[in-house]
Design a protein around this ligand. Structure first.
Ligand code: SF4
Ligand code: SF4
Length: 422
């Protein structure tokens, strides 16, 4: 989904959007008639599903599809159905459709959790927050020596996190204070553009000023900046004792404990067909079609909708897809502006190797990935050194969707690993 002409700039200068000093205007989308909520946990059979069609739910209520998962209802209404949904590479999700009632009723159960915050209970309520903090932050915080709050957006054309830090500063500050109590992690950094360095410090974190050149905000570079050495190939950032969390998740934690209610509105940056950006706030679960209608965005046949930024986002095939807790950006591309992508062969021009910040031998890697030889790619061609920046696809002379192949390979290898463990 990389689109060279989309940016109107030539390589290698790819710069993050940096918010100006003026207040950010955020357009709030009305609550839709139905919401569609996704859960990573997939049920075995409908008989095993705890939540049933016809169940009444309140805003902020914890919902369980299976015995091992929970998500939060972001509206008041009636469950219409529980089904499965196929995402990227055929990855399966559970999907709950809720018909929204006229009168909103707020669930009060989180109030007890806020007064007596035990790790498992907090995790059940807070991992579906806007910004989607990782569950291990609450249940296994002892493994982390350092928390890094992403106040800098890590894809192009996106200013969601910067806007949250600017406009929700008090919630961010309260969230950091609460996180210190809940996790006992002493060292807290916040990545920010230079303009927001003071806010990071005033909120209670050490400021890590990120330059505007993509991909400086990539977590691998942040860890290297802090420790002075790169994350070893094949190791996860978490293995090195680092936990990353978005500033929106931190603000949501601050709000949750302040109001004793789970926040349910997600902020994201919408880029339209004319490359104009707008900050938008909508209930988690709001279908894209409701957002487009409210913002007068027309989708024609063969136009493309991308969830995420232009370098790392992924296309979705339906306007029924909805806003998730981690949706930081939505891009709409006109069919006449779609990137040049082919299934032709690598011509060995070397552009991908020159631009790859992780020094991956991309030209040999892609040959293996095209042949489906994922284990060989991981064992001998540095697949696991890739930091998922998407630059190789952006520069590929032959128009090969390299990053798509890389993501598919990593997904397939993770499935093999899970199967072997089982
Ligand atoms: S996405 Fe491509 S350019 Fe970026 S680190 Fe991975 S292989 Fe290198
Ligand atoms: S940029 Fe594309 S064509 Fe050039 S070496 Fe890399 S994979 Fe091959």
């Amino acid at each position: 989904m990389i689109k060279r002409s989309f940016f109107g700039i030539k390589k290698p200068v790819l710069e993050y959007n940096i918010l100006g000093s003026a207040a950010s205007e955020v357009k709030t989308i009305p609550i839709p008639e139905t919401v569609l909520l996704f859960s990573d946990n997939v049920f075995e059979s409908l008989d095993s599903v705890i939540l049933k069609s016809g169940d009444s739910v309140k805003t902020g209520q914890k919902l369980s599809i299976t015995r091992t998962d929970s998500i939060i209802s972001t509206v008041t209404g009636t469950v219409k159905n529980v089904t499965t949904y196929s995402g990227d590479f055929g990855r399966k999700y559970s999907a709950i459709t809720i018909e929204v009632s006229d009168a909103e009723e707020k669930d009060t159960a989180f109030s007890d959790v806020a007064d007596n915050p035990l790790p498992d209970a907090i995790a059940e309520y807070l991992t579906y927050l806007p910004g989607k903090p990782g569950i291990s932050l609450f249940t296994d915080s002892g493994r982390f020596k350092c928390l890094v709050i992403s106040g800098m957006d890590d894809d192009l054309l996106v200013t969601t996190r910067q806007s949250i830090l600017k406009e929700n500063f008090n919630s961010v500050k309260k969230g950091i204070k609460k996180l210190k109590q809940l996790t006992n992690i002493e060292k807290i950094y916040m990545t920010v553009p230079e303009r927001l360095g003071q806010e990071a410090v005033a909120a209670g974190a050490d400021a890590l000023v990120i330059d505007s050149c993509y991909p400086s905000a990539n977590p691998s570079f942040i860890v290297e900046k802090i420790t002075g050495s790169p994350v070893p190939a094949g190791k996860q950032i978490e293995d090195e004792g680092f936990c990353f969390i978005s500033v929106e998740a931190v603000a949501s934690i601050g709000e949750a404990f302040e109001n004793k209610q789970v926040p349910v509105n997600k902020t994201f940056t919408l880029t339209d067909k004319y490359n104009r950006q707008k900050l938008v706030s909508a209930r988690i679960g709001t279908p894209l079609k409701d957002i487009f209608k409210e913002l007068y965005v027309t989708i024609n046949e063969n136009d493309r909708i991308v969830i995420g930024g232009p370098m790392k986002g992924a296309a979705v095939y339906s306007e029924d897809y909805s806003i998730c807790p981690d949706t930081d950006a939505v891009i709409v591309q006109d069919k006449s502006d779609l990137p040049f992508v082919t299934d032709s062969y690598c011509i060995n021009c070397g552009e991908c190797i020159r631009i790859c910040p992780a020094k991956v031998p991309v030209n040999t890697l892609i040959r293996l990935l095209e042949a489906g030889e994922y284990e060989e790619a991981a064992d001998n061609h540095d697949l696991n050194s890739c930091i998922d920046c998407g630059l190789c696809s952006y520069v590929c002379t032959a128009g090969i969707p390299i990053f798509h192949y890389i993501r598919l390979a990593k997904y397939e290898l993770s499935r093999i690993e899970v199967a072997e463990e089982a």
